[in-house]
Design a protein. Structure first.
Ligand code: 5AD
Ligand code: SF4
Length: 468
């Protein structure tokens, strides 16, 4: 039933896409240009690639500069306050572009604009913005854009979750070596600090046949790395009428013939099973790096965060994974200063970091988000205290990171070459299977290929070596 509805939506949007194309041909003598910028996580970057796919179908070309654009779209992030501030800063600056080019269309979408109070703020204080839409109607961009272009009225669409995924939206990928492949949308976990379930709706998985079809096409198109995306990939398959889970999906993608590798993010520790660890260990194309955000190292705080695991269970899982997966590297997200967190509890996070030894951590000071449960909790620690704890954590991590980087000297790493290195040609750069940045000298023909590199030197952000 929902797939018939999704098909109807797709056909209707394709019709609008043709209408926009015709309108643009009448209106412009040049190829109209769009500037699309996505803030935030990989899921958002991937949404941005779908938005660009629709815009390309409507006849737009792309530009990196908003000054040259006829259509500017910011795909926003709401996960922390500073992400929102950055968007407002950028939107404010567009006033000057619009003054020079009054028929420029400015649009905002994504997690931030799904929130009513943000839409109201844009309505009131940013009159140069023409189109604002939330996360649940992205696939109707052709229709919304058509209406905006013909009516010259401001359009706001914050419609609710439609409850199913619309397949068949075109994609305009940013790269030709690595590809993002979303396997699900939304989140059901309601971690108490997090805005995502409020703005992206309930979890919905894509049917495996669409995912496999897309992965096969990516391999046929020459992509060498596929990253499967979801807010919690470990619960993939929930609600589908097929016998599937994330481990089974990984095995199916691993069975696609071709020379490519598979990554995935993000994993929730509560749903990360031993079956999944075994699958990672057994699938030759799945990389030996797991992003497994722990958020903090205190059982009391984890409970308040609604994370549904304990420090002990997490560490047991890590031990099992380290034993099963050779050369495994781990990365994490950590929040410092959750409401009510004490210094002693923060020190438990430091202890956990020392035990796990992450190669990389994405670290955040807690940022209250309107509408979440944590935003109503008492938060006695001061911003200055939280900053001090934060710096203490970075110091602990810097030592661990350097030790882990140094331990790679003398090893041979398989590297997917993805571009020119920081110091320019002939220096090339890429990532090893365990996701370390590796730089070495070589010919630019190697970009997009796998090479083996003997590591000779380590800094804190990359290792260096020679092709063998
Ligand atoms: N404050 C700080 N960090 C947050 N994150 C999510 N919500 C918040 C918040 N309110 C972090 C979590 C999550 C990552 C994507 O962003 O660590 O894993
Ligand atoms: Fe937010 Fe938790 Fe869902 Fe991740 S799992 S998106 S942190 S609610």
């Amino acid at each position: 039933m929902s797939s018939a509805k999704a098909q109807d939506i797709l056909v209707k949007q394709q019709e609008y896409s043709v209408k926009v194309r015709e309108l643009l041909m009448q209106r412009y003598t040049h190829m109209p240009l769009a500037h699309v910028h996505s803030f935030g996580c990989q899921q958002n970057i991937s949404d941005g690639e779908h938005i660009k796919g629709m815009l390309a179908q409507m006849g737009y070309g792309f530009t990196d500069s908003p000054d040259d654009a006829d259509f500017v779209l910011y795909n926003t992030c709401a996960v922390r306050e500073n992400a929102e501030d950055r968007v407002f800063g950028n939107v404010g600056n567009l006033v000057h572009c619009k003054r020079r080019k009054p028929d420029m269309v400015i649009a905002l979408c994504g997690c931030m604009t799904q929130q009513e109070h943000i839409a109201q703020k844009v309505k009131k204080s940013y009159p140069h913005v023409n189109l604002v839409f939330g996360t649940h109607v992205t696939h109707t961009l052709p229709e919304m854009l058509y209406k905006t272009l013909v009516s010259h009225k401001r359009t706001f669409d914050l419609s609710d979750d439609i409850g199913f995924i619309v397949e068949g939206i075109p994609v305009h990928r940013d790269g030709n070596i690595k590809a993002w492949l979303p396997i699900m949308q939304g989140c059901d976990n309601f971690c108490t600090y997090c805005i995502v379930p409020h703005v992206r709706g309930r979890e919905k998985s894509r049917s495996s046949r669409y995912i496999i079809e897309e992965a096969r096409q990516l391999v046929a198109d020459g992509y060498k790395e596929i990253t499967l995306l979801g807010q919690n990939v470990n619960s993939y398959g929930k609600g589908l009428d097929e016998d599937i889970n994330f481990s089974k999906l990984l095995r199916m993608i691993n069975d696609i013939p071709g020379d490519f590798r598979i990554r995935f993010m993000t994993s929730h520790p509560k749903d990360c099973t031993r079956e999944l660890i075994d699958t990672i260990a057994e699938c030759d194309k799945v990389c030996n790096n797991i992003h497994l955000p722990v958020q903090c190292g205190s059982n009391r705080v984890l409970k308040e965060m609604n994370r549904h695991y304990t420090v002990e269970a997490y560490l047991e899982l890590i031990d099992y994974a380290k034993k099963k997966i050779p050369g495994l590297t781990l990365t994490s997200d950590i929040i410092v200063g959750f409401p009510g967190e004490t210094y002693e509890e923060f020190c438990e996070t430091l202890e956990l970091i020392k035990k796990v030894r992450y190669t990389n951590m994405y670290t955040f000071i807690y940022s209250p988000r309107n509408g979440t449960r944590a935003a109503k909790m008492p938060d006695p620690a001061t911003a200055a205290e939280k900053s001090k704890w934060f710096r203490e954590m970075l110091d602990v991590q810097a030592v661990i990171n350097q030790e882990l980087m140094d331990s790679k000297v003398g090893t041979v790493q398989r590297v997917l070459v993805d571009g020119i290195g920081k110091t320019g040609a002939p220096r090339l750069a890429g990532r090893s299977d365990d996701n370390t940045i590796v730089e070495f000298d070589g010919s630019s023909d190697l970009i997009g290929k796998f090479v083996n590199v003997q590591i000779t030197k380590a800094l804190n952000w990359a290792v260096f070596g020679e092709i063998i």
